[in-house]
Design a protein around this ligand. Structure first.
Ligand code: FAD
Length: 308
């Protein structure tokens, strides 16, 4: 996998701001498989190709029904953590009104194979409302292909095509699109952490931070805090959802603050340009350098998430 250690921010007016930041550039399937092996090594029982189809409470247990290649399974547990992503079946059962009957947003990636006047070790971030109205649109190299992607609440394909055309012309792409992929959601943008003995983590709880343009760090932290809440609930006899809510206070506060900042920033291209001054970028860069050093000393739950 090629390494990414540089960033280039392209502002609405076309100004280019360059910086250095080491990033992990990996395929999700490889990463998820590694995560599963870590969990299995720690004693977790892993059921591959198994889908939760239904759950309900019965006496003091949660009965989970699952299907694995046509074979039905049943598991009884005291607690259930819904880490089943933005189309969470568990959340749908608890809070059906949190889902719309039409798409609430989608992300699209085009994989391009060929030559381009682009640097393979740079993540290019394009801030312009016509290319991405939610956060930045991106270009980077993964293995031997350029990934050109964006996301939008409405008309995502129009955004993706407009952005691709721009990148194609600006960076003289010569080759062809070899794959297109899309991820769409029907989840409305509210955070919900579950109730009683059923807790929601990551995208299922809607913990994506569009201001920072990431969701995996909050997903990992919330998963960890959900387990911590269950352990504390076992010790104290309190409801895990209450303890979880308390443990998640800072995470939720930060996402809400960032969401407000993002709405202001994306109110117009002028605001966006203003938020991306060289001085602001320098400040962010310095903050990240310091945070990187401090993080070496901090325990997992106290880590300063990057970008800040
Ligand atoms: C195109 C794209 C690019 C992104 N890039 C980044 C990035 O660079 N950095 C970053 O931090 N974030 C990124 N994100 C966001 C990030 O992927 C998510 O925030 C993160 O993966 C959330 O983790 P999760 O475990 O909550 O959900 P997911 O990663 O979605 O995992 C949910 C899992 O649950 C499984 N599942 C679903 N339903 C069931 C069921 N009924 N039974 C059993 N299993 C089920 C799914 O198969 C999946 O494996 C990106 C998102 C997209 C769409």
């Amino acid at each position: 996998m090629n390494e990414l250690f540089k960033v280039e921010i392209i502002t609405p007016n076309g100004k280019v701001l360059k910086g250095k930041m080491r990033m992990l550039n990996f395929w999700r399937a490889t990463f998820d498989s590694w995560l599963n092996s870590v969990a299995a090594d720690s004693g977790a029982e892993f059921h591959d190709n198994t889908m939760l189809t239904e759950f309900f409470e019965s006496e003091d247990k949660i009965v989970v029904k699952a299907s694995s290649e046509g074979v039905q399974k049943e598991v009884r547990a005291r607690y259930l953590i819904g880490a089943d992503g933005m189309l969470s079946r568990i959340r749908k059962k608890l809070h059906p009104d949190d889902f719309s009957n039409k798409t609430t947003g989608a992300t699209i990636n085009y994989y391009f194979k060929g030559d381009a006047e682009l640097d393979p070790n740079t993540l290019y971030m394009f801030y312009r409302k016509e290319f991405c109205p939610l956060m930045f649109a991106w270009v980077y190299m993964k293995d031997d292909k350029w990934v050109v992607g964006t996301g939008a609440k409405e008309n995502p394909i129009a955004y993706a095509n407009r952005f691709f055309k721009y990148v194609e012309e600006r960076y003289k792409l010569r080759g062809q699109i070899v794959k297109r992929e899309g991820f769409s959601s029907t989840l409305k943008s509210t955070i919900y952490l579950g109730e009683g003995n059923v807790l929601l983590a990551g995208d299922a709880a809607n913990l994506i931070d569009f201001y920072r343009g990431v969701g995996m760090d909050n997903a990992a932290l919330s998963g960890r805090l959900a387990v911590k809440a269950i352990i504390r609930a076992e010790e104290s006899g309190s409801k895990p959802s209450k303890i979880y809510e308390e443990l998640m206070k800072q995470v939720v506060k930060k996402i809400r603050e960032n969401s407000e900042k993002q709405a202001k920033r994306f109110s117009s291209n002028q605001e966006l340009e203003k938020s991306l001054t060289s001085m602001n970028m320098l400040k962010d860069g310095l903050q990240m350098l310091i945070a990187n050093q401090i993080n070496k000393l901090l325990p997992p739950e106290k880590l300063i998430f990057l970008p800040t």
